[in-house]
Design a protein around this ligand. Structure first.
Ligand SMILES: [Fe+2]
Length: 384
């Protein structure tokens, strides 16, 4: 164990089960809510998932204002616009329905609405969240971002050219409904990409310097669930049992990362995602083999555990750890995540800019191998 003191706790209550979203109206009533700001996005609206949830809320006598203006990499402007609607609607709870993007945008809206500052001011550090706004209730429609379990919100600020995490009092959900029925329509590519995001959180929390026995337990179980169920759910998206397992894997990965932090994979993925607007889960998949390769010697036992978790039969720790990257490369190929970064459009001549941006990330402090430019470059170049 690398650290000698820590605290562990989550303010979030998790409700799991196929159909558990049906409990949403009574749980909102329990929070004393009468007016709801429902934050989602236009893509999800088009799938028909949003209307039944809103109808159920209205049917229970709640007033609902819907906000859909959230980009796939949510921006500070998205947060400020939502906070303005929150204030105008006088909603007493925010319900986020969607993938990581609406959830992350929704997390910061109550604080901005209550604090009278802008999300940009939070990103620059000019202001910080001092008190919680109205509570947040979350229904994830993908299994992977971990946003449903974590206090951190990852936002894009084009004024500063940054994509990074912000958090404070009240930014973690009060209640998260893990309902696999909300994910049945997710296509295989997105199922695979979001699943690899879940795995990346558990993995980086597990390998990180701030890992604790609490975060290890969450991370290991998250990785076991991904190893057992991700391929099944990519092959058959209607498998409610496997979907359910992945919702739990994602939430556990989110809790593990909140506890222990991330590392070089996410430090590099953030600027690549920002520069090219590529799907974060795909980037996690693409950068994961190289992340395992560069960290294998520093955290040999844990890297070996990961390789064995994903099916490698090898009793020697050094050999197992050395093969962990290869094991994940093979997994990527089986689930349609084998595309190299260059095939996704990442250019050689952006490498130094990406490395410079990655070096600004606080996430590197948690990586088991010191977060140098060489380390970031190696992870990126190996994945091109
Ligand atoms: Fe992630």
């Amino acid at each position: 164990m690398a650290i000698d003191s820590f605290r562990f706790g989550t303010p979030t209550e998790f409700v799991f089960g196929p159909g558990c979203r049906g409990q949403l109206p009574e749980r909102l009533a329990g929070l004393g809510a009468a007016r709801v700001l429902l934050v989602t996005d236009a893509g999800l609206e088009a799938t028909g998932v949003v209307d039944p949830v809103e109808d159920a809320l209205r049917g229970a006598g709640l007033a609902v204002t819907r906000f859909v203006d959230v980009k796939s990499n949510p921006t500070v402007e998205n947060v400020d616009a939502g906070a303005a609607v929150l204030r105008a609607s006088r909603a007493d709870v925010v319900v986020a329905l969607g993938g990581g993007s609406p959830i992350d945008a929704a997390k910061i809206m109550p604080a901005v609405a209550a604090g009278g500052f802008s999300a940009h001011e939070l990103m620059t550090g000019a202001r910080k969240i001092e008190r919680a706004g109205v509570p947040l209730v979350v229904l994830p429609t993908t299994a992977g971002s971990g946003a449903e379990a974590a206090k951190v919100s990852v936002l894009v600020d084009h004024a500063t050219g940054e994509k990074k995490g912000v958090f404070g009092p009240g930014t973690a959900p009060a209640i998260t409904f893990l309902d696999p029925e909300l994910m049945l329509g997710l296509p295989p590519w997105l199922t695979a990409a979001t699943g690899m995001d879940a795995l990346s959180h558990a993995l980086e929390a597990y390998l990180g310097l701030s890992a604790t026995p609490f975060s290890d337990a969450l991370a290991e179980q998250s990785m076991r669930l991904v190893a057992r169920h991700l391929e099944a759910v990519v092959a058959d998206g209607s498998d409610v049992g496997a979907r359910g397992a992945m919702t739990i894997a994602s939430a556990m990965g989110g809790l593990a990362k909140d506890q222990s932090g991330l590392g070089v994979l996410h430090a590099v993925a953030m600027p690549v995602g920002y520069l090219y607007d590529l799907h974060h889960g795909y980037l996690c998949a693409a950068l994961m083999p190289a992340t395992l390769d560069v960290n294998a010697d520093a955290v040999r036992e844990k890297t070996a555990w990961v390789a064995r978790c994903f099916g490698l039969v090898e009793s020697d720790d050094a050999a197992a750890a050395g093969n962990a990257g290869e094991v994940i490369r093979a997994l990527n190929d089986r689930i349609g995540m084998g595309m190299r970064l260059t095939e996704a459009g990442v250019r050689d001549d952006d490498v130094e800019r990406i490395v410079t941006d990655a070096m600004a990330s606080y996430l590197l402090k948690n990586n088991p191998v010191p977060g140098t430019p060489e380390l970031c470059r190696r992870v990126l170049v190996e994945s091109l």
